[in-house]
Design a protein around this ligand. Structure first.
Ligand code: FE
Length: 344
């Protein structure tokens, strides 16, 4: 960690030579506001404290609650880093002026431009694919090679999906706006609504359970929910995996839509040095391996070795190269199109 060496040592030397007060001393703690609720993240944070001696005070909450809390706390906020899922949420935090840019050669080198904000206000550390889940007995994968295929009249009454207000679906619609334009995107959202087997409810896993129960034949899900079920020992989940398969859409066109889990350093962070170190740690080999092996997400850093049979079983696929900032930009329009389509 060359940079952290530099970023702590130089201010310390300046402080010593000027006889400045302890404000220059290296940070001993970090206040992390996290909307990631994965039990296994414990190991991730411990890795950082072990490596740096910096203690992490973790505040957990729902994405929108933490966002509101940071806004409310304003300049007095103790938050150093805000970690959440979804590019649109990160962009919203950016637009609300919560983040400060992090100029780190290490982050810029390790995190591909696709997975970070143009203005370096936030960075993605892992990515997830939005895939199509289908009933292997009733659907041929060729019938749903693209997201747009899901809106075909042939699938009337066959689709289960979570709310259109959920960021996972909003960001997918934002990618369709980017690639196919607003008009096609509007038609697609309406097409999905007319193909619904039931009113939107539950999370992604619930939609796959509904396919297994015969309520519908097709659904949208993030890939890690499928990987989690594939790793389960429960008879019910094993039966589900027998029935339900997944498709990476748009392999012949723009590629499968991916979203990120990521974070940024807060503008009023009291421990900015620790915040940069923490973000650099999240891009380290050890932390990147954790995202893949502990939570079935793909590391953003290229060439990482993965030790996760469920993730490896999904194989490699063509990723939609759209930049996360471009996706986030279309969210307000995506929300309007969802409302218009009645995808509640
Ligand atoms: Fe999720």
């Amino acid at each position: 960690m060359n940079r952290s060496y530099k970023s702590t040592l130089i201010p310390t030397l300046i402080a010593l030579s000027l006889g400045a007060p302890s404000v220059w001393a290296a940070d001993q703690e970090l206040n992390l506001y996290s909307a990631r609720h994965y039990k296994t993240d414990e190991a991730l944070y411990k890795g950082f404290s072990d490596a740096t001696g910096i203690k992490i005070n973790r505040i957990e909450g729902k994405e929108d609650e933490l966002f509101e809390r940071i806004k409310r706390e304003g300049a007095a906020s103790p938050a150093d880093v805000f970690i959440t899922v979804d590019a649109a949420r990160l962009q919203a935090a950016d637009e609300a002026g919560l983040f400060a840019p992090v100029k780190s050669t290490l982050l810029e080198q390790r995190i591909p431009a696709q997975f970070r904000a143009h203005d370096l206000q936030w960075f993605g550390f892992s990515y997830r694919a939005r895939v199509i889940a289908y009933n292997k007995q009733t659907i041929q994968p060729e019938q749903v090679a693209t997201y747009l295929d899901l809106a075909k009249p042939a699938f009337k009454g066959k689709i289960c999906v979570r709310s259109g207000n959920h960021p996972y679906n909003l960001t997918l619609l934002a990618s369709i706006i980017n690639h196919q334009g607003a008009e096609q995107a509007a038609q697609w959202a309406s097409g999905i609504v007319s193909n619904l087997a039931r009113a939107p409810k539950g999370g992604d896993t619930d939609q796959m359970r509904a396919i297994a129960a015969g309520e519908c034949d097709l659904a949208l899900t993030n890939h890690y929910y499928y990987a989690r079920l594939a790793a389960s020992d429960k008879a019910e989940d094993k039966a589900l995996i027998e029935t339900v398969g997944i498709i990476f859409p748009d392999q012949q066109t723009q590629g499968t839509h991916v979203n990120i889990s990521g974070g940024g350093m807060l503008k009023h962070a009291p421990h900015k040095d620790a915040a940069v170190k923490f973000m650099e740690y999240l891009a380290s080999d050890a932390a990147q391996a954790y995202f893949a092996n502990g939570n079935n997400e793909w590391p953003v850093v290229a060439g990482m070795k993965i030790d996760n049979p469920q993730l490896e079983a999904l194989g490699s696929f063509k990723i939609d190269p759209l930049n996360a900032s471009n996706l986030a930009k279309e969210i307000p329009l995506a929300q309007r199109l969802m409302d218009k389509a009645g995808w509640k």
